[in-house]
Design a protein around this ligand. Structure first.
Ligand SMILES: [Zn+2]
Length: 333
């Protein structure tokens, strides 16, 4: 190295090279983690992660192991799991499963009824104001298998919703990597039974003792595919209309961090459709929901890992970590 350059370098204070906590977190989000998480969750060995089946159980154990390894604590002191039961009428009556106490009493009173034992996976990082909460979540269950299908008979669900699970795990990793305690407590949630009717998120919200202290929720459901191959940066960004700051946050961060996303901004007065966001919107909790729209492999056995648009998935994960950083830390929100 040239002596003059060396002298100049020595004059620059060390602090100019150091990243701030938010940027340290952001730098930890990468493609290898996304490939590892989705690769396992959408592997044939997990048989489509159907709620109540063995492949789903393995997925929950895997998510728990990853959280534990990162240093994320279980929300319920001794366990990362929140077990619950869902009931339905017998199969011929084509009734949806429910976790509502009134429906459970009604169905259990019938001659024949169906019952599933399910569980959410929940971890958290305690905030300085520990009784204020923000939550980031995605469902981890999918459609299982259909043995009567000819050929490929496993609904792998790489996009729906291993992609969303990978984002929640990477955001947890990023909060740990930031090495700074957030202002609010951040909960990392992995919902079971979404495909059967948003069961896990509904059970959580209906039985949450601190529901009135949940300041915001961010949801992922399918964030890894292209709806239109000519617009691979497309992402739908739903958010609670009365929180116009949610729209501004994303616009600012895309510019500041040079994220390759072209969001379709969709402010929504009561975002109760589509996915687990509904369970929170019904209780008037402000929310953000990322979704990359439909595609021909949606709810098909061909929803495979190798079809993921990794660049977009990673930039959505980064953008949403920055959203969560704001939700967890901004006083104005
Ligand atoms: Zn889904």
């Amino acid at each position: 190295m040239n002596k003059i350059i060396l002298c100049l370098l020595l004059l620059i204070p060390v602090s100019s090279f150091a990243q701030n906590p938010k940027e340290k977190g952001l730098a930890s989000i990468n493609r290898q983690s996304a490939e590892a998480y989705i690769g396992l969750l959408a592997n044939d060995a997990l048989q489509g992660r159907e709620a109540g089946k063995q492949g789903n159980c393995i997925a929950a154990e895997y998510i728990k192991a990853v959280l534990q390894d990162m240093g994320i604590k279980p929300l319920n002191n001794s366990s990362y799991f929140q077990p619950f039961e869902a009931y339905s009428r017998e199969r011929q009556k084509r009734t949806r499963f429910s976790v509502h106490p009134d429906s459970i009493v009604k169905y259990k009173g019938e001659q024949a009824f169906r019952k599933l034992e399910l569980r959410n996976v929940l971890g958290y990082i305690e905030g300085k104001r520990k009784h204020e909460y923000v939550i980031v979540g995605a469902h981890y269950d999918h459609l299982g298998m259909d043995e009567s299908l000819a050929g490929d008979n496993i609904y792998n669900g790489a996009d729906d919703n291993a992609s969303g699970v990978s984002a929640v795990l990477q955001i947890a990793k990023a909060f740990i990597a930031s090495d700074e305690k957030p202002e609010r407590t951040v909960i990392f949630a992995f919902w079971d039974g979404e495909e059967l009717g948003l069961l896990g998120s509904e059970y959580f919200v209906a039985n949450c003792p601190f529901v009135s202290s949940i300041k915001g929720y961010l949801n992922f459901d399918m964030i890894g595919r292209n709806n239109n191959e000519s617009n691979p940066e497309h992402v739908v960004y739903f958010y609670t209309e009365s929180h116009s700051d949610f729209g501004r946050w994303l616009k600012d961060d895309i510019t500041k961090y040079n994220l390759k996303l072209k969001p379709d901004y969709r402010p929504w007065d009561k975002p109760i459709g589509g996915s687990d966001n509904a369970s929170f919107a019904k209780r008037d909790i402000p929310l953000i929901w990322y979704h990359t729209d439909g595609h021909p492999d949606y709810h098909q056995p061909s929803d495979h890992t190798e079809r993921i648009n990794w660049d977009k998935l990673i930039d959505i994960t980064k953008a949403s970590f920055l959203n969560m950083w704001n939700m967890a830390n901004l006083n104005t929100f």
